[in-house]
Design a protein around this ligand. Structure first.
Ligand SMILES: [Zn+2]
Ligand SMILES: [Zn+2]
Length: 376
């Protein structure tokens, strides 16, 4: 099999041949057919990110060392099961997606289904010690982290659900109570989605499925092309955050498209100092700002305004295994349309990452492995 590894920070990934792995006793080996390319893979290649004036270096953690096979959006067929996995819900040959946010399986977070908050981050697939999806085959430590893919759903869509899908599902459901409350109080609520890339387009689809149907959903982005995708997928309005406009003008133009000159919930998939400040300014009284993006930086907010208007802020980081199962059911039931997909061979991964780095993939980049024939 082929795999692509980060061997050195900020350098192209190295492609090499390797033996197909053996299944661990409780787990499985999955022959991957599609693997998503996520922006957080770039943070790994860069070996960290800007956390507001300083750089967090990932390999400062002794358990997080190169070489790393990145990739945490994985779908394919079960190739083999371990000796203790005979009772698994999945069988060899089943079409599955992999839940990558695996923890120690012992702590309070793991025992309550919040494995993404486990302090032992090095169990997560595609980060640090556990190889991920930039490989033709992958090893999953326990069969419970495999989710069966409905027969009518292409694996090219299923592969996106464990990261971009689950993150946006978590973000929208986190915003849901604020939208429901505003709908009760005012008859109609409004949501702003910042960023019309892969995550923003999923969020738009999911928001239209789970929020009250009266909700006014507006999408902001700097790219007119990406805003066109949002319009095609049912955004009530879009707003171009053109770099030539003043901050004051951008905030005014954006607020006017909301209800009560603002938004009851805002999901920020960019989440820089600039975008989060704009979001805060556009947030209604009692509104909720959901921070998702990892583009980096810092922001400051006028604290009396936070108190007086009871504006809230909540971070969202990927999601739980149960949320992934719920999301599969939702995507299947409502036939949600994925973002535009752009396919690459594993051998083309370095040029795909170069394009992703400069925001030049219009939609979601996906590795299409040998034998894959389920393009959406
Ligand atoms: Zn991701
Ligand atoms: Zn744990």
């Amino acid at each position: 099999m082929k795999k692509a590894e980060i061997v050195e920070a900020r350098k192209p990934l190295k492609l090499s041949e390797a033996a197909v792995p053996k299944a661990p006793k409780d787990g499985a080996v999955v022959k991957l057919l599609y693997s998503g390319i996520c922006h957080s893979d770039i943070h790994q290649i860069d070996n960290g990110f800007d956390v507001g004036g300083r750089f967090t270096c990932l390999t400062d953690n002794p358990l997080y060392q190169f070489p790393i096979v990145p990739g945490h959006e994985m779908a394919g067929v079960v190739h083999s099961l371990g000796s203790n996995a005979g009772s698994a819900e999945v069988k060899v040959g089943d079409r599955v997606a992999v839940f990558p946010w695996i923890g120690c399986n012992k702590c309070g977070y793991c025992n309550n289904g919040y494995t993404q908050f486990c302090k032992e981050k090095h169990h997560t697939m595609g980060f640090g010690a556990v190889p991920g999806g930039y490989s033709n085959y992958t090893t999953v430590v326990h069969h419970k982290f495999l989710v069966k893919v409905p027969a009518s759903m292409p694996l090219s869509i299923a592969t996106m659900l464990p990261c971009s899908g689950i993150t946006t599902y978590n973000a929208v459901t986190t915003a849901l109570p604020a939208i429901q409350k505003a709908t009760t109080f005012k008859g109609k609520a409004s949501m702003l989605i910042i960023g019309a890339g892969g995550l923003g387009l999923w969020a738009l689809q999911i928001a239209k499925s789970v929020l009250p149907t009266t909700t006014n959903i507006v999408v902001a982005d700097i790219s007119e092309g990406k805003l066109g995708n949002a319009k095609d997928r049912g955004a009530d309005a879009t707003v171009a955050w053109e770099p030539s406009k003043s901050e004051e003008q951008i905030i005014k133009d954006t607020s006017q498209l909301g209800n009560d000159d603002g938004y009851d919930a805002i999901i920020d998939f960019v989440n820089t100092g600039v975008t989060s400040t704009r979001a805060f300014e556009c947030l209604n009284t009692d509104g909720l700002q959901v921070c998702v993006g990892l583009f980096g930086g810092a922001a400051s907010f006028p604290l009396p305004v936070v108190a007086l208007s009871e504006k809230g802020m909540k971070g969202v980081y990927v999601g739980r295994l149960q949320q992934l199962k719920d999301l599969f059911a939702l995507v299947e039931k409502n036939k949600l349309t994925p973002p535009p997909l752009v396919y690459y061979k594993l051998e083309e991964i370095n040029s795909a990452l170069d394009l992703l780095r400069v925001g030049k993939i219009n939609g979601r980049g996906i590795i299409k492995h040998e034998g894959a024939n389920e393009d959406a």
